[in-house]
Write a new protein. Structure first.
Length: 127
């Protein structure tokens, strides 16, 4: 209980400043995590050089990180800032999903079958 109370107090203090240290996280072409950090007043889309992550050629390397989920960053504390992790989709600069962005196709699929009642289960496989 003490830890939860302490975290709530920290977040209440930090939200008042209105400044974020945001760690943008995405998957590269090999499904490995990539990230970059910025200090900002609001969480918005952010561009990056996709050729460095193996997601585009040098000629057309401008890609966009589109935030889809935000949560507190448990690994970083900086007084006066709200430290957050931002999970992102990768989009082309023309605002179409990048070929590595499988989430966009899944959203369309889930929307198409939104009236269905999915059945999910755990499968225990040992490798």
């Amino acid at each position: 209980m003490f830890l939860i109370t302490l975290l709530k107090e920290k977040n209440a203090l930090l939200i008042k400043t209105g400044m974020f240290i945001a760690e943008y996280i995405w998957l590269d072409s090999e499904n490995k995590f990539r990230s970059k950090t910025k200090v900002c007043k609001e969480i918005t889309s952010w561009n990056f050089d996709g050729s460095s992550a193996g997601q585009s050629e040098v000629k057309k390397s401008e890609l966009i990180l589109n935030p889809v989920f935000k949560c507190p960053n448990p690994f970083r504390y900086v007084s006066g800032f709200d430290c957050v992790l931002i999970l992102c989709d990768v989009w082309e600069d023309d605002h179409t999903p990048h070929f590595t962005n499988s989430r966009a196709a899944n959203i369309e699929l889930f929307e198409y079958f939104k009236n269905e009642k999915p059945m999910l289960g755990l499968n225990k496989n040992f490798f």
